[in-house]
Design a protein around this ligand. Structure first.
Ligand code: FAD
Length: 469
């Protein structure tokens, strides 16, 4: 039995664990606020907040309910747009009305959920933050400006109303219904029976499976790895960063440990899907989906990561750069679970870099992605290097030959020129909807160069490449 709180109501259901949350909300519960539009997690019209009890407090994250498996709601608080309704409009709803931020209305529930959810899940409020909270919500009518104006109004009012934002303060000032205050106690009272030796499809956040084979999923029993506590931990020990494969891109985005190990200004994460999808996308799911353009897969290959596979307690470690054997073929046995991922934290002489080119800058999958870790010695010799590229072959590629060529070479313009040739011989792009093979070769070359220009902007005169293709 799956148990959770939907808005203000306790749900105990025997519905199949693979049911999509949106179907459950709209069909079983007859709540029609969350809209069924793309059914691929892309548009955000079905957005819901998902609250999880952690150390006595509920941490909320937005997700797209159309591709969220029901089983992942177990023990949680799911909030749809109806869950934010009160006797009068909330400040978020009122601001959207006042700025004409809603026209056809189909996307509006998603925007209300994302902005209300932003207030619910952030104690420090910023303009960038509230706008980013809507990066997975698409509107076809308003052109976004009126919605941005609503966000401004909400932010200004909230900054006037609160010294520190909290669920209780939000409820007291009429931003949230007061039942929110009762949720921590009610979630703590839910007892979830542990399932032993469950069999079925291994399910992370569902953001690949529910797009690729949704109808199959509804019928299936799912082994939910998403909430496995052993797979939701980060440890940093002896210069090694190790984390559970059920952690999501969103978890790592928010993780101080990850951001310390891999210094980045958040831009890297913003290139990966949207807030809602990052909150659902486990790293294990990204690696096992084996997409040649999986972004986190490319990032981890560039960090020369290893993975730990576990079959009923029998574990083995595999270097990620030997894991992919052919299109969607991997060195994993049927009963094995990808339990952990680990990589050596780059030293202060090592620079990690990630680049992605897609048809649309945000909320799009890559045409080509590229990542590297490059260690230089004092004389600018390449002491160690790891290079990974996606979208130019049947697998997410670790560039074994190019890496071998570059190791121990002087970092110079000539070395880079020679390496470009080696790289072009190593990759095998094909033409498809994301670009021609020639275009992908060109992008791969540019992203390869970007790795070195990131280290030293003067190392290579890019002008000499103009017209070289
Ligand atoms: C709108 C949208 C945008 C997206 N944008 C991006 C993007 O920008 N970049 C990107 O890289 N991806 C993107 N994706 C793809 C997807 O979000 C990621 O690949 C995600 O990381 C998959 O994780 P999941 O937990 O949701 O996988 P799931 O769908 O749950 O699982 C995927 C596969 O992995 C298996 N699996 C999951 N966990 C384990 C485990 N621990 N052990 C063994 N097998 C396991 C499942 O059985 C399944 O075969 C996008 C998806 C959507 C819907």
């Amino acid at each position: 039995m799956i148990k959770f709180i939907l808005n203000n109501e306790l749900i105990e259901t025997d519905a199949p664990s693979g049911t999509a949350m949106l179907d459950f909300i709209r069909k079983n519960q007859q709540l029609k606020g969350a809209k069924l539009v793309c059914k691929e997690g892309e548009c955000g019209a079905c957005s819901a907040m998902v609250g999880q009890l952690i150390n006595g407090k509920v941490a909320y994250q937005s997700m797209t309910s159309c591709i969220m498996p029901l089983i992942n709601a177990n023990g949680k608080h799911i909030v749809t747009v109806e869950g934010f309704n009160m006797n009068k409009l909330s400040p978020v709803q009122q601001a959207l009305v006042d700025t004409y931020g809603s026209q056809c209305g189909f996307c509006t529930p998603g925007f209300v959920v994302s902005m209300s959810g932003y207030l619910l899940s952030n104690s420090q409020l910023t303009k960038e933050g509230i706008i980013e909270s809507m990066d997975g919500n698409i509107c076809r009518c308003t052109g976004y400006k009126s919605i941005e104006r609503a966000a401004d109004i909400i932010l200004k009012k909230a900054k006037r109303d609160f010294k520190k934002v909290s669920v209780n303060a939000l409820a007291d000032k009429g931003y949230l219904p007061s039942y929110f205050k009762t949720i921590p106690k009610r979630l703590a009272a839910i007892k979830i029976a542990k399932t032993k030796n469950a069999k079925g499809v291994k399910l992370g956040g569902g953001s690949d499976l529910y797009v690729q084979k949704p109808w199959e999923m509804y019928e299936k029993n799912a082994v939910a790895v998403y909430d496995n506590p052993a797979m939701n931990k980060i440890t940093v020990k002896n210069g090694v960063f190790e984390f559970g494969a059920a952690l999501t891109m969103g978890d790592l985005y928010r993780s101080p440990e990850f951001n310390k190990a891999i210094p980045n200004d958040g831009h890297m994460f913003k290139l990966l899907s949207s807030t809602q999808i990052r909150n659902m996308s486990t790293i294990g799911g990204n690696l096992i989906n084996a997409s040649p353009i999986g972004d986190f897969t490319c990032i981890l290959l560039g960090l020369d990561a290893s993975i730990v596979l576990n079959k009923n307690g029998k574990r083995r470690t595999v270097a990620l750069n030997t894991f992919y054997k052919g299109y969607k073929k991997m060195e994993i046995k049927k009963e094995e679970i990808l339990e952990k991922v680990k990589f050596k934290i780059p030293s202060k002489n090592t620079t990690f870099h990630f680049e992605k080119v897609s048809q649309r800058k945000y909320l799009d999958i890559a045409t080509v992605n590229f990542s590297s870790s490059i260690t230089l010695d004092k004389s600018k010799k390449i002491k160690d290097i790891h290079l990974a590229v996606g979208g130019v072959g049947p697998i997410p590629m670790y560039l074994h030959t190019t890496v071998k060529f570059l190791k121990n070479k002087e970092m110079s313009s000539d070395t880079i020129d020679d390496a470009i040739e080696v790289l072009q011989n190593e990759i095998t792009p094909i033409s498809d909807t994301r670009g021609s093979a020639d275009y992908k070769r060109l992008v791969a070359r540019q992203l390869f160069l970007a790795q070195f220009l990131n280290l030293d902007a003067n190392i290579y005169d890019v002008k000499k490449l103009v017209g070289a293709w």
